[in-house]
Design a protein. Structure first.
Length: 193
């Protein structure tokens, strides 16, 4: 009887400890590093005004207004962020790098609507497919279906001024190897019949 009680007490105590650990993990898991926009929800349509406006490209039918972006629950040790926007279905599935930005100070928690439609001292501009260092919105050709414009925010342990301007996505990722603290993503859809 004594042995049964001790086993039962140990089982109950272990259950309480396990429950406490799970609560701690749930609280941690409930607040992951996240990237959001007040203009669109993950997996929903971007507005036409968010589409590109490159006059020489008839597929650019918008105003090139960058959507507002905000992030929260940043990983510990973050010193700067990198932000890339990619259309994986672009160029027939080869992908299009629309926007490459980095050196975003850890003190920032987002960008307002239109704030990244031009070069800014709030980030270092890389080199996207159009050769620009600022946001370039969707220029989706008609009849190619819905494209998934993927925004990826990468927390890094690099100082904001550590990398030179003009890096391509591949160059940036090579320099971020071993310096990433975590990432958060957001997808906006855009397409035309």
């Amino acid at each position: 009887m004594f042995v049964k009680r001790n086993i039962r007490s140990a089982f109950l105590a272990g259950g309480i400890v396990a429950a406490a650990l799970c609560v701690g993990q749930s609280a941690e898991a409930a607040d992951p590093f996240s990237l959001t926009s007040s203009a669109f929800k993950d997996g929903t349509m971007l507005a036409t005004k968010n589409a590109g406006n490159i006059k020489t490209n008839p597929n650019c039918i918008g105003e090139n207004v960058s959507p507002p972006l905000s992030w929260s629950n940043v990983p510990a040790g973050t010193k700067s962020f990198a932000l890339v926007m990619v259309d994986p279905e672009g160029r027939g599935g080869l992908g299009v790098n629309h926007w490459i930005a980095y050196g975003i100070p850890a003190s920032r928690s987002g960008f307002a609507e239109g704030e990244t439609s031009q070069l800014s001292d709030k980030y270092v501009g890389g080199k996207g497919a159009a050769g620009m260092g600022h946001y370039i919105g969707p220029c989706t050709p008609p009849g190619t279906g819905m494209h998934h414009y993927t925004f990826t925010l990468i927390a890094t342990d690099l100082e904001p001024g550590a990398l030179p301007a003009g890096l391509t996505r591949d160059d940036l990722f090579a320099k971020l190897t071993g310096h990433s603290k975590g990432a958060a993503g957001l997808v906006g859809l855009f397409g035309r019949p």
